[in-house]
Design a binder for this molecule. Structure first.
Ligand SMILES: Nc1ncnc2c1ncn2[C@@H]1O[C@H](COP(=O)(O)OP(=O)(O)OP(=O)(O)O)[C@@H](O)[C@H]1O
Length: 247
């Protein structure tokens, strides 16, 4: 079956900083990966390995030097691919009610008629486990876990096929994090959503992901099913990561 997302031989380079632009620094090197319909793929690797850059390129937010990024679904990529971040607080407007910020996404992507936006927003809030009363409240009134849910509701408003989570649960307590991961798995089961999940946390990969892609210095060193990789990692770096995780 054709995967939802195909990334083929992706390269991303940024200009070298300095007084004179001497050249380009290669951040992502020849990365090829797929995400199937309803599949959850973990993107793991140390800080600076290029995980966020790949995510941003897939979302159309980072320059692609060469290679191809293809989605099989219909509609513009800005709608089909939505990102959720570690701190949705930072991306939420502190002075605008949560409901209006979600309704705004419905308006931007022309998801429904204007007079249906409130009802649809309330349904999205309910979908992520928030009460109707959340609609009129400002972001600061919510806990970290609730804000993660708001970020997910806002992403869902665009009716995406692929969610990219960039360390989306990293700041949460373990029990709150587990609830948010359960929500993401429910969304996959109920809506057939696909997920590219960036994390440092191999415990999360073990719980959430079907497959994992291990990145080092901008290159993929290993990818495969989580079950196989955790049982018998092939690459030395993957082994090191798993040993550190197991302690
Ligand atoms: N816009 C940019 N201009 C120049 N360099 C950049 C830019 N964005 C990222 N980089 C560099 O690319 C490298 C990879 O960054 P990236 O954020 O993709 O890594 P990461 O694996 O997501 O790390 P982390 O886990 O810390 O978020 C870093 O060295 C970073 O400084």
């Amino acid at each position: 079956m054709t995967p939802l997302l195909s990334v083929r031989n992706l390269h991303v380079s940024y200009p070298e900083n300095g007084v004179f632009r001497r050249g380009w620094r290669s951040i992502v090197k020849d990365v090829s990966l797929t995400v199937g319909n309803g599949e959850i793929v973990g993107l793991i690797g140390e800080s600076g390995s290029g995980k966020s850059t790949i995510a941003r390129a897939v979302a159309g937010l980072a320059p692609v030097s060469s290679g191809a990024i293809e989605l099989t679904g219909n509609g513009p990529r800005a709608r089909q691919v939505q990102m959720i971040f570690q701190d949705p607080f930072a991306s939420l407007d502190p002075r605008m009610s949560v409901g209006r910020q979600i309704a705004e996404v419905l308006a931007i992507h022309a998801i429904c008629a204007k007079d249906e936006r409130r009802a649809r927003t309330l349904a999205l809030l309910a979908r992520v486990g928030l009460p109707e009363s959340a609609y009129d409240r400002l972001p600061h009134a919510f806990s970290g876990g609730q804000r993660a849910r708001i970020g997910i509701a806002r992403a869902l408003a665009a009716e995406p096929r692929l969610l990219i989570a960039d360390e989306a649960t990293a700041a949460l307590d373990v029990s709150v994090q587990a609830q948010v991961l359960n929500l993401l798995m429910d969304l996959r089961d109920d809506l057939g959503l696909s997920l590219l999940f960036i994390t440092h946390d191999l415990a999360v990969v073990g719980v959430l992901c079907d497959r994992a892609v291990v990145l080092r210095h901008g290159e993929i060193v290993e990818q495969g099913t989580v079950a196989e990789m955790f049982a018998a990692p092939q690459n030395e770096y993957t082994k090191t990561l798993l040993e550190a995780h197991r302690g």
